[in-house]
Write a protein that binds this ligand. Structure first.
Ligand code: BMP
Length: 269
């Protein structure tokens, strides 16, 4: 199973260039931390990225909350991703028919496929959503995650729905679909020889159990060691910490260390 292998050795099981690069970065930077930068101006996003960039394997954006999203912003975050060595994950959560998501991914004011290495989709509409996104993303070397589970209280992505999400990913093959947003090792049941999925997990925080709108938090160790997930996604726990620039940096390092220690513990090191 994926949980007993190193990130470096798993890179070789992937043909998708984004998945390969991500696993390489994780090993190089000893980081399974993704920071979710949910702030609402381009300059604020870039500030947070400059602070946490050294500690992360990936930066997650919601480009539709940035009031002054522009080509200049894209150029700068792309430059930082090269310089500081991290993957850009636009958390778009596509959820429409194939034809529409193709347009949403390639066009509009955000042209997500042109700059985001990784994005995600709800499996709700069926396999057409994957073929639509793949028609744009594959030629660019991009990758996709399916949302198999969610972190929020009483969400509907459970049981049969989760199993169907995993089945859909297996049927699509590894060229574009490289993993899941999930709270647990959803790919354990029915795993095929030689397959490897990346399980990325939001709802991670050390300071509180949740928020007033249903978010639920677990610790890096619960996510990586107890549940066997691969990447911890932390938002407010890092960018929302009070105490200024240095404090944000320190907090990112703290999550990186906790996430990495849980991974090493999982490998039995
Ligand atoms: P925070 O750590 O501040 O709660 O942020 C979590 C981030 O992860 C948000 O950007 C949210 O959109 C995303 N997310 C989530 O919280 N739960 C999910 O199930 C899927 C998500 O993408």
């Amino acid at each position: 199973p994926s949980t007993t292998k190193t990130y470096a050795s798993r890179a070789e099981l992937h043909s998708n260039p984004t998945a390969k690069r991500l696993l390489g970065i994780m090993e190089r930077k000893q980081s399974n931390l993704c920071v979710s930068v949910d702030v609402t101006t381009a300059e604020e996003v870039l500030e947070v990225v400059r602070r946490v960039g050294k500690s992360v394997c990936m930066v997650k954006t919601h480009c539709d909350i940035i009031s002054d999203f522009s080509k200049a912003f894209v150029d700068e975050i792309t430059r930082l991703s090269d310089e500081m060595d991290f993957i850009i994950f636009e958390d778009r959560k596509f959820a429409d028919i194939g034809n529409t998501v193709t347009l949403q991914y390639a066009s509009g004011s955000h042209t997500i496929a042109s700059w985001s290495h990784l994005t995600n989709a709800h499996p709700l509409p069926g396999p057409g959503i994957i073929s639509g996104l793949a028609s744009v993303g594959v030629p660019l070397g991009r990758a996709l995650l399916l949302l198999a589970e969610m972190s929020s209280k009483d969400n509907l992505a459970t049981g049969h729905y989760t199993r169907e999400a995993v089945r859909m990913a297996r049927e699509a093959g590894p060229e574009f679909v490289v993993g899941f947003i999930a709270m647990s090792r959803v790919d354990q049941e029915g795993a095929k020889e030689g397959e490897d999925f990346l399980v990325m997990t939001p709802g991670v925080g050390l300071h509180s159990a949740g928020d007033k709108m249903g978010q639920q938090y677990r610790t890096p160790r619960e996510v990586v060691y107890d549940s066997g997930c691969d990447v911890i996604i932390v938002g407010r726990g890092i960018y929302g910490i009070k105490g200024g620039e240095e404090k944000v940096k320190e907090e990112a390092e703290r999550y990186r260390k906790e996430g990495w220690a849980a991974y090493e513990e999982r490998l039995g090191r």
